[in-house]
Ligand binder design. Sequence first.
Ligand code: GAL
Length: 301
Amino acid sequence: MKNGTCWVDEEGNFIQAHGGVIIQVEDTYYWYGENKDAETQGNRVPFLGFSCYSSKNMRSWHNEGVVLRAVEDDLEHELSTNKVGERPKVVYNQKTKKFVMWFHLDDATYHYARIGVAVADAPAGPFEYQGSLQPSSKHKDSRDMTLYQDEDDAVYLICSTDWNATTLICQLNEEYTGLTGEFKLAFIEQFREAPVVIKENGLYYMFGSGCTGWNPNAMLYGSAKEVTGSWLLIDNPCTGSDYRKTFHGQTSNTFKFNGQWYIMLDHWDKDDLRMSGYSFLPVRFNGNEVEIPWTEEFLGV
Ligand code: GAL
């Protein structure tokens, strides 16, 4: 898997799982993401739904199909093809035994700025749409987002709010289908997007991009002692050629494989979004400092 390029599934078709997430269920990895397999019109492709791929080794990916499908015959529906669905994230709820997906739900102008929620009984779906919500009554808009599941199984929504000026962190309810109402602001007026979180050596690290649409910019990271504590913005962790542009990529998720943390990037092709590539880059911790070096290939070992 050559980093920065399009990757293919086990049948040789391009993997359509952009802005995604990878979770492990027993000995299988599931990769969910945006299916952008349509012609780019202006700034976007029609909303098609979210794909799922499975793998035992992180290299050979089996297409499980579209697990939450766009609604084709009702343009008023929140999941219709004229909407935007981005950055699906999936967590497993031990208590309800459900897989719960949250995603950025929007209209084509990015003014709707809500969160969609869907639930499934099995990792490869199908996911049943539950409806949409706003993160808080004070900070109503939510655009780029992730879910972070802590060691105690508490799950947090981390999203860009206030027209992307600020990051908002909210705890999910026990079912993971709604919010508790408590929230914490981070990186106030720092205009961060595409958040992802790793916990290592007792600290939480958040990585993300700036706000330049499909164009790359510098990744920055910060750390905190608690997810809802005070976040300290630190610096750009990337090293190597084009480190000031995140190697022409943007963060989408993190995962641990064979004891090593990786960060996944989308390499957006804004003229033909379906041809956007991916990278899995190692995340190296040295004390409280973090380095993300460019590597040519993901070997998965
Ligand atoms: C990016 C964001 C992507 C997508 C894009 C649209 O900043 O991270 O998920 O929303 O803007 O231009």
